[in-house]
Design a protein around this ligand. Structure first.
Ligand SMILES: Nc1ncnc2c1ncn2[C@@H]1O[C@H](COP(=O)(O)OP(=O)(O)O)[C@@H](O)[C@H]1O
Ligand SMILES: CC(=O)OP(=O)(O)O
Ligand SMILES: [Mg+2]
Length: 371
C-alpha cells in the first residue's frame, strides 16, 4: 500500500439493514482493488452500535483503519451532492431528523460513533434526496398553501442513491433506453417509485418524508390525512403513539398482522398474508401507472431493492394488472431474476437490478473531495 492509498469505509443504514463496505482508493482518488461489503439485518431497536461491531468483524482488517468515511444520510434537504461533515453540517442534518425519523437518527449516531472510533478520519455524507434535484415544479409542490412550501414543506423524494445505481446498470445494458422514459420501483424495507426521463427524476411517490407513497414493510405509505385527526381527537391517541403506528406498525406488518418481511409473507399460506401481498402489489402497480402518466408514457420499468430484486412472485403480481400498459414479464426470465425480464412481445421492457448504494456513496464523496 503506497503512502497515498487510503481505506474508505461506507455506511448505509436503511430501515431494515445496515450495509457497510470498505474500499481502497489510490492517490488520484480512483478506486483500487476489490471492495468488500456486508449486510447486517437491523432489529426493531435499530442498534447501529452493535450492528457496526458485527460488520467490522466480517470485513477485511482494512475496515478497522479507515482514513475516510462516507455515510448515507437519507434527508439532505435541497443539498445537491455530498458534503464534509463539519459540526455545523451535522447540526443542520440533525434538524432534518423529524422528516426521516427511522433513518436520520441512526445515521447521525453512526457519524458520532465513527468520530469516536476513528477521530482522524475525514467524514462525508451523501443523500437520498439529491437525485430528485430536478423534480418537475408541479411535483415538488405539495397541494398546501404557499407559506408552507416556503417553509420547506415540499416533496423531496428518497432512495436516490438506489435509483442512481439501478440507472447506471440500465445504461450499461441498454445505453439509449436509459435516456428514455423510465418508471423505477425501489422496493425494500422502504418502497418508492420514480418517474425518470433522460436520467433525471421528474416525479416520485415519497414526499416530505419517506412515509409517503406505496405501503412498505412497516410504514403505511399514503393515507387519508383525515385519519390523523380522527386518531387524535376521536381515539385520543397521543402523537408518539400515532407516529409509532404510521412508521413501525403499518404497511405489510399492519395489513398481515404477522410480519413486515415479504419473505415471511410469501412463506405463509394464510389469508392475512395473501391480503397483504395483494394490497402491496396493487398499490405498487397503481403507482407505476401514475408515474407513467407523469412521463406521458413509459419505455421501460426497473425493479430494485430487497423485494424488487429478490421476489419474482411479487414482480409477477405487480405486473399482472399492467398488460394494458404494454407491460408483460417473461415467466422464466423473471424467475431467473433478469436483468431483462420482459416478454418478447412486450412494448415496455422490464429490468431487475441489485443496487449498490455503497458505490454511489463513495463516488459522491470522491467527487466532493475533488471539487
Ligand atoms: N428474496 C427476497 N424476497 C422477498 N423479500 C425480500 C427478499 N430479500 C429481501 N427482502 C425484503 O426486503 C427488505 C430489505 O430490503 P433492502 O432494500 O435490502 O433493505 P433496506 O430497505 O434496509 O435498504 C426486507 O425487509 C425483506 O423483507
Ligand atoms: C428512504 C428509505 O425508505 O430507505 P430504506 O428503504 O433503505 O429504508
Ligand atoms: Mg435501502
Amino acid at each position: 500500500m503506497s503512502a497515498s492509498t487510503r481505506n474508505w469505509l461506507v455506511m448505509n443504514v436503511g430501515s431494515a439493514t445496515l450495509k457497510v463496505a470498505v474500499y481502497t482508493v489510490d492517490g488520484d482518488g480512483e478506486r483500487a482493488g476489490a471492495s468488500h461489503r456486508v449486510t447486517i439485518p437491523l432489529g426493531d431497536d435499530a442498534d447501529v452500535d452493535a450492528a457496526l461491531s458485527t460488520a467490522l468483524t466480517r470485513l477485511p482488517a482494512a475496515a478497522q483503519q479507515p482514513q475516510a468515511i462516507v455515510h448515507r444520510v437519507v434527508h439532505g434537504g435541497r443539498r445537491a451532492g455530498a458534503v464534509v461533515l463539519t459540526p455545523a453540517q451535522c447540526a443542520e442534518l440533525t434538524a432534518l431528523a423529524p422528516m426521516a425519523p427511522l433513518h436520520q437518527p441512526p445515521a447521525l449516531a453512526l457519524v458520532e460513533l465513527a468520530a469516536r472510533r476513528w477521530p482522524r478520519a475525514r467524514q462525508f455524507a451523501a443523500f437520498d434526496t439529491s437525485w430528485h434535484a430536478h423534480l418537475a415544479p408541479w411535483s415538488r409542490r405539495l397541494p398546501l398553501p404557499q407559506g408552507l412550501h416556503t417553509a420547506g414543506v415540499m416533496r423531496y423524494g428518497f432512495h436516490g442513491l438506489a435509483y442512481q445505481s439501478a440507472w447506471r446498470q440500465l445504461k450499461a445494458q441498454a445505453p439509449a433506453l436509459a435516456h428514455r422514459r423510465l418508471v423505477m420501483a425501489h422496493l425494500g424495507g422502504g418502497s418508492s417509485l420514480c418517474a425518470v426521463h433522460d436520467g433525471r427524476s421528474i416525479d416520485t411517490t415519497m414526499g416530505l418524508t419517506p412515509l409517503d407513497g406505496v405501503p412498505m414493510a412497516t410504514r403505511s405509505g399514503s393515507l387519508d390525512p383525515g385519519v390523523i385527526g380522527y386518531l387524535t381527537h376521536a381515539l385520543r391517541m397521543p402523537w408518539p403513539e400515532i407516529e409509532q403506528v404510521l412508521w413501525r406498525e403499518s404497511g405489510l406488518k399492519g395489513l398481515s398482522g404477522l410480519s413486515g418481511d415479504m419473505r415471511e409473507l410469501q412463506a405463509d399460506p394464510g389469508e392475512a398474508a395473501a391480503l397483504a401481498r395483494e394490497h402491496y402489489a396493487r398499490r405498487v402497480a397503481q403507482a407505476m401507472a401514475a408515474m407513467a402518466t407523469s412521463l406521458g408514457g413509459v419505455d421501460a420499468i426497473v425493479f430494485s431493492g430487497g423485494i424488487g430484486a429478490g421476489a419474482a412472485a411479487v414482480r409477477a403480481q405487480i405486473a399482472a394488472p399492467l398488460r394494458w400498459m404494454g407491460i408483460e414479464l417473461d415467466p422464466e426470465a423473471n424467475q431467473r431474476g433478469g436483468p431483462a425480464v420482459h416478454a418478447d412481445h412486450a412494448t415496455v421492457s422490464a429490468w431487475v437490478f441489485h443496487v449498490n448504494e455503497e458505490d454511489e456513496l463513495l463516488e459522491a464523496a470522491l467527487a466532493e473531495e475533488r471539487a
